[in-house]
Design a protein around this ligand. Structure first.
Ligand SMILES: O=P(O)(O)OC[C@H]1O[C@H](OP(=O)(O)OP(=O)(O)O)[C@H](O)[C@@H]1O
Length: 202
């Protein structure tokens, strides 16, 4: 089994790019959408997805689960490397044929509420699920996905994220559900227009 330290080892290429290129607004907002979730660099998202897949491979998932929209790119890479299907809970066109499972969560970045909807046709009892998303912040999206997968009768083995904000409660919230968390970059805090990250081992 992959140990906890390995699951959260900082991925040096990502750490360096966040340090050099992130737009930081106040002590809460970290913008790296020029390579992660608005403009996507294929070679870099594949590099990061491969590293997440390497850490997830020990869990032997039968499917990857994410949420629309920003989780799809890293989720697709992890799914491709592990040769399993990717399912994404819909947010923006949540008319899903019955039977389905849904959760309403506070919208992480837009205010208001977001509805996540997932068809039970694509998450079957006994499925071995690994969650993947681009960001882990308060963890409400990930917690909702864990609950939805379990409601469908699936087993949730682990959750992997490209970036986590360690100053939010998401990591603890997901682990409290008994789900190990893997992340490639850990943002400890945002200050003076810069992101302060956990550093890779020399
Ligand atoms: O840990 P949390 O507090 O739940 O925040 C993390 C979530 O926030 C973002 O989604 P968002 O809905 O903002 O954007 P998207 O529609 O582009 O995926 C991100 O893609 C994660 O799914």
């Amino acid at each position: 089994m992959t140990d906890a330290h390995d699951l959260t080892a900082p991925h040096e290429p990502l750490v360096r790019r966040i340090e050099a290129e992130a737009t930081v607004i106040g002590d809460q907002i970290l913008r790296i959408d020029h390579f992660l979730n608005h403009r996507i660099e294929p070679a870099f998202i594949v590099d990061m997805g491969r590293e997440l897949a390497r850490r997830m491979s020990a869990f032997h998932p039968t499917m990857i689960l994410t949420a629309e929209a920003s989780g799809i790119a890293p989720g697709l890479v992890v799914a491709q490397v592990l040769n399993v299907p990717l399912v994404y809970a819909k947010k923006y066109a949540p008319q899903v044929e019955s039977p389905f499972i849904s959760r309403v969560i506070p919208s992480p970045t837009k205010g208001g509420e977001t509805k996540l909807v997932m068809s039970q046709r694509y998450v079957q009892p006994g499925a071995r699920v690994v969650l993947v998303d681009d960001f882990l912040s308060n963890g409400r999206t990930a917690v909702a996905l864990v609950e939805m997968a379990r409601e469908a009768g699936a087993e949730v083995l682990a959750a992997g994220f490209i970036v986590e904000k360690r100053f939010k409660r998401g990591h603890e919230a997901v682990e409290a559900l008994g789900v190990p968390v893997a992340t490639l970059a850990q943002v400890e805090r945002l200050e003076h227009g810069k992101a302060v990250l956990r550093q890779p081992q020399a």
